[in-house]
Design a binder for this molecule. Structure first.
Ligand SMILES: NC(=O)c1ccc[n+]([C@@H]2O[C@H](COP(=O)([O-])OP(=O)(O)OC[C@H]3O[C@@H](n4cnc5c(N)ncnc54)[C@H](OP(=O)(O)O)[C@@H]3O)[C@@H](O)[C@H]2O)c1
Length: 264
């Protein structure tokens, strides 16, 4: 796929990986729709993208609020000719033990990461199909491929995205709908700062591992190269990606290593 002249809707565009992907894609002659909750940050990203000569629209909504998602989709689909690509990065992580975490915090993580992503996809998919097809990308995580301590609901919500989008891909191959799952390892963003603690409040700390992660800019370059090729799975990160292969080929080693992870 060539990004030139495409209309690309990016969620999670106010920060981290989504922001870096928006800036990367703005170097092509594209039309970008940037979404998240934080209008001020989105406008700053829009201004930078604009300098690259790209046409920009900012649309805010809360992934936790279905009504705000459908209202945003109605607004966008009512005035755009086509959405060629819907690239979803919006998400929230977790730092809490299963035994300490009340169900409402698990539900909040699922609402944002899974149901919010699904709601926007369902709003956009019929429009894409009607217009001849499109490219969907959803952002999972390496912990969408295996469980990880202190991330129980986060890991589960990312596993759920794989099941949903693999099914969607199979159902819609004949509708020219292509699906990419983005699977980042540790990327240096505010994901740990914004993660929910056991009370559903911001964790508020940059984790040591996160601090040492790949830069958002480098990850965005790698992601965009693979989005362009419409890869079905886009792994991006450093040595941490090895754990996916350890889990698959040496499960006994994964069970041992994962039980030794220290709480943050
Ligand atoms: N960084 C990593 O190491 C890593 C690893 C694996 C997977 N990921 C995934 O990568 C994606 C991007 O994360 P990031 O690292 O870039 O973190 P980030 O800097 O915290 O960015 C998260 C983005 O999600 C948006 N978001 C969060 N809650 C939202 C809500 N309720 N409604 C609408 N938008 C919401 C935020 O926008 P607003 O605040 O404007 O709403 C922000 O743009 C996430 O799905 C994350 O799970 C990250």
């Amino acid at each position: 796929m060539d990004f030139t002249d495409k209309t690309i809707w990016i969620t999670g565009a106010s920060s981290g990986i989504g922001r870096a992907v928006a800036l990367e894609l703005s170097q092509f002659n594209t039309r970008l729709i940037l979404s998240g909750r934080n209008a001020e940050e989105l406008n700053k990203v829009a201004e930078k993208c604009n300098k690259n000569g790209c046409s920009i629209r900012v649309v805010t909504f809360d992934l936790q609020d279905e009504k705000s998602i459908t209202a945003a989709a109605d607004k966008v689909l009512g005035s755009e000719r086509q959405i060629d690509c819907l690239y979803q990065f919006g998400g929230i992580s977790q730092r809490s033990f299963v035994t300490d975490t009340p169900l409402h915090v698990d539900r909040k993580i699922f609402e944002v990461n899974f149901f919010g992503t699904v709601a926007l996809t369902k709003a956009v998919l019929p429009f894409m199909i009607k217009n001849g097809g499109g490219h969907l990308a959803a952002t999972s995580s390496i912990v969408g491929k295996f469980g990880f301590p202190y991330r129980s609901a986060y890991s589960a919500s990312k596993h759920a995205l794989h099941g949903f989008f693999e099914s969607l891909r199979a159902e819609n191959a004949s509708n020219n709908i292509r699906v990419s799952m983005i699977i980042p390892g540790r990327i240096k963003t505010n994901i740990s700062v914004n993660a929910l603690d056991k009370n559903g409040n911001k964790h508020g700390k940059m984790d040591e591992g996160q601090e040492k992660g790949m830069s958002a800019e480098a990850s965005a370059k790698a992601i965009c190269r693979k989005l362009e090729k419409e890869k079905k799975e886009i792994l991006v990160g450093g040595k941490d990606l090895l754990m996916i292969y350890i889990r698959r080929f040496f499960p006994f080693l994964y069970y041992h290593l994962s039980s030794k992870v220290k709480p943050l």
